[in-house]
Design a protein around this ligand. Structure first.
Ligand SMILES: *Cc1c(COP(=O)(O)O)cnc(C)c1O
Length: 378
């Protein structure tokens, strides 16, 4: 037995799309990226989407879109992946770490209110594991204080929360297509908005400062028209090399078609886990999962015997993880951190269990059986 924690689900459809890109001999920023951006914007109900090589790049450029003065503060959860807070530092801003709600593990709104001050310019809620932050409360709270809202949606893709897709509640939403996420492009990310003027420099910033459609430009090189400056571009902003490419987008277009099926499959697996652990003493679900309502990238439990249980599961060929060591205790971020006592203690109980679209019910039952055996022995 060797059950992986995360695993992408890839098939012939992705290969076929890659083959078409090969046949076109265009594998950089091109028509597949544009098509994927269009479809993603439609999928989440946003006016505009920009394809990038990661969600880390998306978070960097999302903050950059506001051109905040250096040294201003951005409110981020302590319980998140490094990228959420690294993006703040990339922009020469200061992260303010927020403790977690003990039940949902999203940003604790009381702690958020407590740590807010006049130097704060933005807040980055993370829908941790895919569970929604109460955006109907957070967004009005932020607007009253003139804070921009950037949603880190790396753990969710397409979930509807109170009538709006997660990622479209805030000013900008960022998604990840890294290989462990709900769908993948190998590596990749997307940023979306319903205020396209926010993205006026973003296309240049993602591609070395040039805001031009490469694919169309290349065609114009050989079209008979009266334009002798088809090669010309102007640099107005400092750009990065953050673009998605057509091979990644080829995979993404196939994955997006399958995403609803992946999400249904994950929901059924989580329901099976939840039904199974109900009857096991000493472990409980990480948070109040609602697999029929939201899409989750991660499933996990809380256990007082984390290390022993992990070692036991490891010995049975079951991969586990812990998401995450709170950023407020990481050496890189510690200098910025103030009191996130709840999550710094509680995260020591977290065990992430295998969850991916190809996981079978037999495997889930095997995992549950071993958690039960471990707990009965204790
Ligand atoms: C994975 C992840 C990211 C970064 O995504 P990449 O596409 O790998 O850059 C950002 N935030 C969270 C919460 C993540 O889990």
């Amino acid at each position: 037995m060797n059950i992986r924690l995360f695993k992408p689900s890839l098939g012939e459809e992705e290969l076929q799309n890659i083959r078409e890109a090969f046949e076109r001999s265009w594998v950089g920023l091109g028509p597949n990226v544009s098509e994927f951006e269009k479809q993603w914007a439609e999928f989440v109900g946003a006016e505009m989407a920009i394809g990038l090589n990661s969600a880390t790049a998306a978070l960097h450029l999302a903050l950059a879109a506001f051109n905040f003065p250096e040294g201003k503060k951005v409110l981020v959860p302590s319980l998140t992946f490094s990228a959420t807070a690294s993006a703040v530092l990339y922009n020469r801003l200061v992260p303010v770490f927020i403790d977690s709600d003990p039940v949902t593990l999203g940003m604790d709104l009381e702690d958020l209110n407590k740590k807010y001050d006049k130097d704060c310019v933005a807040v980055i809620p993370v829908h941790y594991a895919g569970h929604p932050v109460p955006m109907e409360k957070l967004v009005p709270w932020a607007k009253e204080r003139n804070l921009k809202v950037i949603e880190d949606c790396a753990h969710t893709a397409g979930a509807n929360y109170k009538g709006k897709i997660l990622g479209t509640w805030g000013d900008i939403g960022c998604y990840s297509f890294e290989e462990k996420k709900l769908m993948t492009t190998g590596d990749g990310g997307m940023m979306v908005t319903n205020e396209p003027k926010l993205f006026k420099d973003s296309k240049a910033m993602r591609w070395v400062g040039i805001d031009k459609d490469n694919w169309k430009t290349a065609q114009a090189y050989t079209t008979a028209n009266k334009d002798a400056l088809h090669w010309f571009y102007e640099l107005n902003v400092l750009g990065y090399k953050y673009n998605m490419n057509d091979l990644a987008a080829a995979i993404g277009l196939a994955q997006l078609k399958k995403l609803p099926t992946f999400n249904e499959k994950r929901a059924k697996i989580i329901r099976r886990y939840l039904d199974g652990i109900k009857n096991i003493q000493n472990v409980k679900a990480l948070l109040p999962f609602e697999p029929e309502n939201y899409h989750y990238q991660m499933f996990g439990i809380r256990s007082e015997q984390r290390d022993d249980l992990m070692l036991y599961l490891k010995s049975k060929g079951i991969a586990t993880g812990c998401h995450y060591t709170p950023l407020s205790v990481q050496p890189l971020f510690k200098p910025f951190a103030k009191d996130c006592a709840y999550i710094e203690n509680e995260a020591n109980k977290f065990i992430t269990l295998p969850l991916h679209a190809d996981l079978t019910f037999e495997e889930v039952d095997y995992i549950l059986e071993h958690i039960k055996l471990f707990c009965n022995e204790k």
